[in-house]
Write a protein that binds this ligand. Structure first.
Ligand SMILES: NC(=O)c1ccc[n+]([C@@H]2O[C@H](COP(=O)([O-])OP(=O)(O)OC[C@H]3O[C@@H](n4cnc5c(N)ncnc54)[C@H](OP(=O)(O)O)[C@@H]3O)[C@@H](O)[C@H]2O)c1
Length: 337
């Protein structure tokens, strides 16, 4: 697809990544159709309708990916579809239930795209969690690239934090590629790591809340995560989505991640940063289950870089600094007077 020309659909337009993607697509000149589940709910639409160019170029439509009949109208007439939405259950309540939701929503959307006879490419937002959870013996850190698929058996055995999400995203991405192969249509997946930075949504998005946790309460942050993590800024993530839609040479899966970091690495960056802004340091637990200095894997993102992609936010310092500035502006972090 040529940059800025044509109509694209963004599912989950109201969410963190979806709304940032809508903003950048409008800036680039695209006509955008965004899906939301309810047009009545202003908290899902106002931040989109107030974007520059929205009046002329943004159309919001209702679609629930779990209800097939609501989808064909959403993709009709679109050249490309960004499959961003993810139906998620409360992870504390039901992990395994997510698998069926992810499969149904993904297959419904792909079927509608296939039957539309207009959609030329689908860019599906997966996650790096569909690549990194593999049993590993031997030296660490081990390298992970796009050939690696998270092992469903391993996740089911380990039942690590968010295992249902990892399994659901992995199985949905695999099924999507099988379907695309059978139907011979163009599918690309992008696998971002933990996305942070500014946001357009009225409330703090889930992944951004984890960044905020690293700045306020490390124990809570760690308890919901795996300790060793990888990080990427929202704007880099979205620019990569657009590149993958537009570049005719794109093929298959693309990891999208700027930095791998241990908890020690994060604290090393965050503590002086907070100090420089006169923000109190986070609470840090006396003992943590994870070894804060241990690096488990190393993400190889050369496939994306080889397409000419560069990360504007390529260090922890840059990603966290942008997040701090935004949190201060919005009152989520307070300076000591
Ligand atoms: N944030 C991250 O760190 C991160 C990292 C890697 C991958 N990802 C992936 O990126 C995608 C977006 O994540 P996000 O952080 O932007 O999540 P988010 O803010 O929670 O947005 C998810 C969106 O999905 C929509 N949605 C939920 N159920 C739906 C359904 N049944 N039908 C249609 N839409 C539905 C919601 O829209 P409404 O409620 O408005 O309809 C919501 O706007 C997901 O696929 C996620 O797995 C995120």
């Amino acid at each position: 697809m040529e940059g800025g020309n044509g109509r694209v659909c963004v599912t989950g337009a109201s969410g963190y990544l979806g709304s940032w993607l809508v903003m950048r697509l409008l800036q680039r000149g695209y006509s955008v159709r965004g899906t939301v589940r309810s047009l009545e709910d202003k908290s899902k639409t106002e931040h989109l309708l107030s974007l520059p160019e929205a009046k002329e170029k943004l159309e919001l439509v209702e679609a629930d990916l779990l209800v097939y009949s609501s989808i064909p109208a959403a993709v009709k007439g679109c050249d490309g579809v960004f499959a961003v939405a993810v139906p998620i259950l409360d992870p504390s309540k039901d992990q395994s239930g997510m698998i069926e939701l992810a499969m149904t929503s993904t297959m419904n959307l792909l079927r509608a795209c296939d039957e539309s006879h207009c959609v030329k490419r689908v860019v599906m937002t997966s996650t790096y969690y569909s690549a990194i959870q593999v049993p590993h013996e031997g030296e660490i850190p081990f390298e992970v690239d796009e050939s690696s698929w998270t092992s469903v058996e391993y996740c089911m055995q380990q039942k690590m934090s968010c295992w249902g999400y990892m399994v659901a995203k992995t199985l949905a991405e695999k099924a999507a590629f099988e379907y695309a192969k059978e139907k011979e249509f163009d599918l690309i997946s992008i696998l971002p790591s933990l996305v942070g930075g500014a946001f357009l949504t009225p409330s703090v998005p889930g992944s951004v809340a984890l960044y905020l946790g690293a700045m306020t309460d490390v124990a809570t942050w760690m308890s919901s995560l795996l300790g060793y993590m990888s990080y990427v800024h929202v704007d880099d993530t979205i620019q990569a989505h657009i590149l993958l839609m537009e570049d005719s040479h794109a093929k298959g899966r693309y990891l999208c991640s700027a930095v791998d970091a241990t908890l020690d690495d994060v604290l090393h960056e965050v503590l002086p940063l907070l100090k420089s802004f006169n923000i109190p340091p986070p609470k840090v637990a006396a003992s943590l289950d994870e070894d804060p200095t241990k690096a488990y894997y190393k993400i190889n993102t050369t496939k994306l870089k080889d397409m000419g992609f560069t990360y504007e936010f390529d260090t922890l310092q840059k990603i966290f600094k942008d997040s701090v500035l935004f949190f201060l502006e919005k009152g989520h972090l307070k300076q000591v007077q």
